[in-house]
Design a protein around this ligand. Structure first.
Ligand SMILES: Nc1nonc1C(=O)NCc1ccc(Cl)cc1
Length: 249
């Protein structure tokens, strides 16, 4: 998947291009990131990229001509790579990103992701150049780079081939709209606490059911809202009822 990034700090993205699942996806050509820095479109001696807000008040905004210069080149880059991208802007005012949203974004014919800095960008640029505004959560960060990387990481995992067999173990439950089950690895006993026997049994059907029951139970306990928006099949209903009975006991 092709992703163009407009950012004043492109080197921050090494966190996802040089490490782990996303780093390997880039190496394998399953994920392609290209960067355009508004500072490269500054024409003044000081290479200014911020500008004062009309109406006064504290803080600065991203300078319009340098931001639009970078955006225009990013569009040209997408086109020459044969893509027709959605232009995404990350901000707390956007649509809340969740797994379904990540899955949806992974189906697009490329993305251009605008990572803002300072207090924001001119509303006319949002209206003219941005297709969709997305948020990673209700808190205010110092820039759009970390939100952009969170979004790119989440959607990269939805790109076919990115998650190899060894990575995708924990993929099942959240993809299924549930919280993840507990996980255990060596040693068998930690401070007297043993691994649940079923996981040592080698009975893969019992293990599957135990993990599903734990995911359902945890979701019921910690995020009942996630259960409201889904129907349970017969097996899931039975396992959750068992969990609830045991929890009450
Ligand atoms: N929460 C969030 N979800 O997405 N983005 C955020 C966020 O706080 N961005 C900070 C930010 C965004 C734009 C500009 Cl110009 C400056 C700072």
């Amino acid at each position: 998947m092709w992703i163009g990034v407009v950012s004043l700090f492109p080197e921050m993205f090494e966190a996802i291009t040089r490490h782990g699942v996303t780093g390997r996806a880039v190496e394998r050509g399953l994920l392609e990131l290209a960067f355009w820095n508004p500072r490269d479109y500054a024409t003044d001696r000081h290479r200014t990229v911020d500008d004062r807000p009309y109406g006064g008040g504290p803080g600065m905004l991203m300078k319009v001509d340098t931001l639009r210069g970078a955006l225009a080149e990013a569009r040209a880059g997408a086109e020459s790579a044969g893509h027709r991208p959605s232009v995404i802007y990350l901000s707390p005012q956007g649509r809340r990103l969740d797994q379904a949203g990540a899955r949806e974004l992974a189906t697009r014919d490329g993305l251009i992701v605008v990572a803002g800095r300072y207090e924001g960008i001119d509303e006319r640029v949002v209206e003219a150049d941005i297709d969709e505004e997305w948020s990673i959560g209700d808190y205010v960060l110092s820039g759009g780079e970390l939100p952009a990387m969170v979004m790119i990481d989440a959607l990269a995992r939805e790109v076919p081939g990115v998650l190899g067999h060894s990575d995708s173990a924990s993929e099942d439950s959240f993809a299924d709209g549930l919280l993840d089950c507990p996980h255990y690895t060596r040693p068998e006993v930690i401070d007297g606490h043993r691994v649940p026997d079923v996981l040592l049994s080698g009975n893969h059907e019992l293990i599957r059911r135990w993990r599903l029951k734990q995911s359902l139970g945890r979701t019921w306990l910690r995020r009942p809202d996630m259960l409201e928006s889904r129907t349970l099949d017969r097996e899931q209903r039975k396992l959750l009822d068992e969990f609830i009975d045991e929890h009450a006991a």
